[in-house]
Write a protein that binds this ligand. Sequence first.
Ligand SMILES: [Zn+2]
Length: 376
Amino acid sequence: MPNLDDASTRRILELVADGAARSRGELAERLGVAASTIGLRVQSLLDAGLLREAGDGTSRGGRRPRILTLADAGSLLTADLGGGHARIGRHSLSGGIERIETIAIDLSQGPTATLEKVSRVFDRFSESVRIRAIGIGLPGPVDIDTGSVDQPSRMPGWPGFPVGEHLRNRHSVPVAVDNDANLAALGEHRSQFGDARHSITVKAGTAIGSGIIVDGRIHRGATGAAGDITHTRIDGSGDIPCSCGNTGCLETVASGASLVRQMQERGYADVRSTEEVLSLARDADPEATTLVRTAGTHLGQALSGVVNFFNPHAVFLTGSMSASEPFLAAVRSRVYEACHPLSTQTLRIEAARTGADAILQGAARLALEALDLPVG
Ligand SMILES: [Zn+2]
């Protein structure tokens, strides 16, 4: 008897969660398998209480199909750990946010103390609901197999610490861990395109990062470094040293931190944050406006090579700088100017719409993929 593997069962849950398939027939069509094969898996998900039938759909001749939805069979927990605070969420299985809370954390206190603070909020969020899985976003490259941060950088005590295993032991559910840029990309992409198509989501704030989505899935690359656009060399950017040891990287001319530095060099000694530069640009300060536009042009330059090569359906911009219209306009005009018309024919370059919650939405999606499945 033909059977479906776990990966296909996860796809069934995802397709129903995204609203991309609403019946056994549509699932069979999307997965390219016989309706009878789908029937068995759907039944095991119904039996396990993960799916439910929600009445009859419209018939295309013959019996009317039963509409499938995700059951109200528990919740997912998510956390987005940042430099000074963690955003923590509880979601329905289809990703809808049920509760959300932001707490102060200090990553330099190390993983055990920091994760315990997050776990205490998880404990409160778990009262009287069944938690099925957890998704965590970390601000650095993540080794997906061990669920740990991969590079020393600014997180003392974290490299090599098994975040996934630690939280799995603490909460007794599956845990998925990924880099926050990848999760933001996944959250934004799924809200726009479901599980099809290709996109890049660039976070342009104090730092620059990006996540790549291919056919609705995170593309991590051979060593998890895919999307690390910030160290792209920009011609004519000068010889400013970068945190990576090279000079002339995108980070040194287009990140919020570099804009602050450049403003200070131009005599604006009291400008200390990306937000202050953006606010000056909004007030039409000529230096700030020029710098923000130039940053957009540099990012557009770096992206044009990627767009030509990868041919995505969309480039989404998130982070504080994405709210600046001159910045967005400069990115757009550089990409359209520098790319082959075929790559930009239907390309959308726009501000992300999931905003501050993109990372949590992506974490919920990843948690759904990590769910323990019924044997069937
Ligand atoms: Zn660099």
